[in-house]
Design a binder for this molecule. Structure first.
Ligand code: ZN
Length: 243
């Protein structure tokens, strides 16, 4: 980069840093002017805003808005809200069979007599269970791994519920294991590991979710990997499903 341009960039960066400091100082001065260490006139209010702003995706402004809303709410409704949060943290368990969230030792899905116990759908986390349940298209059981194998993040097979999956399959009631993991390198690695782990059960069919075009996808805007997979994994045309 020419020296002239380098100096210009340098000056711009210094100006931005200076402006940012000025903005911060303005705020600090403003709060100090009020003669208060805290931002608000109530320490309890300040604490509530601090706690809300610790939640993911909630910034200081949103936290302030939520706390102001709570202040306006009926006292009974706020007590109910606080109790639900406390109960959630203290009393929600994980199903000892499939590791889904549950209020009892065995979750409602595992305990349900109407579910197909010969099929287990392996998912990464409980949000995936919720997503599949929302389709109303699957009636088997689940197995929540608690993540996927990711050496970069220090997550190995022993950190996941893979051994308990093998033990479930080993009981002999399962005909099919659906690997419903993300189509990422980590998901594929985990699929491979599980397939090796279950290789001692040749009668159990291992399947993966269909990968390809989404509903309403236009061919010209689809990336090559997705389009390639769609062609390789093409299926017979079903006129009933097309309408
Ligand atoms: Zn369960």
């Amino acid at each position: 980069m020419p020296k002239k341009m380098r100096n210009r960039v340098k000056n711009t960066i210094s100006r931005c840093v200076f402006q940012e400091k000025c903005v911060t100082l303005q705020h600090e001065t403003h709060f100090q002017k009020d003669g208060m260490e805290q931002r608000y006139s109530s320490e309890l209010f300040e604490r509530a805003v601090d706690e809300f702003s610790k939640l993911p995706g909630v910034g200081r402004k949103s936290a302030l808005r939520l706390v102001l809303h709570l202040l306006r709410m009926d006292v009974g409704a706020v007590d109910g809200f606080a109790d639900a949060v406390r109960q959630l943290r203290h009393n929600v368990n994980y199903c000892k069979v499939c590791h889904n969230i549950s209020d009892t030792e065995v979750c409602q899905i595992c305990a349900s007599p109407s579910r197909d116990t010969s099929t287990i759908c392996v998912v990464e986390n409980i949000r995936d269970v919720m997503a599949i349940e929302a389709t109303s298209q699957y009636h088997g059981l689940y197995h929540v791994l608690g993540g996927v194998i990711s050496p970069l993040d220090g997550i190995g097979p022993s950190d996941l519920h893979i051994q308990s999956l093998a033990e479930r399959v080993g009981k002999g009631d399962v005909n099919e294991v659906i690997l419903a993991l993300s189509s990422t390198m980590e998901g594929d690695t985990t699929n491979f590991y599980i397939s090796r782990k279950l290789s001692g059960f040749p009668n159990v069919r291992l399947t993966v979710l269909a990968r390809g075009l989404s509903v309403n996808d236009e061919l010209q805007y689809t990336d090559e990997v997705t389009l390639g997979r769609s062609i390789v994994n093409r299926v017979d045309f079903d006129a009933r499903a097309a309408v």
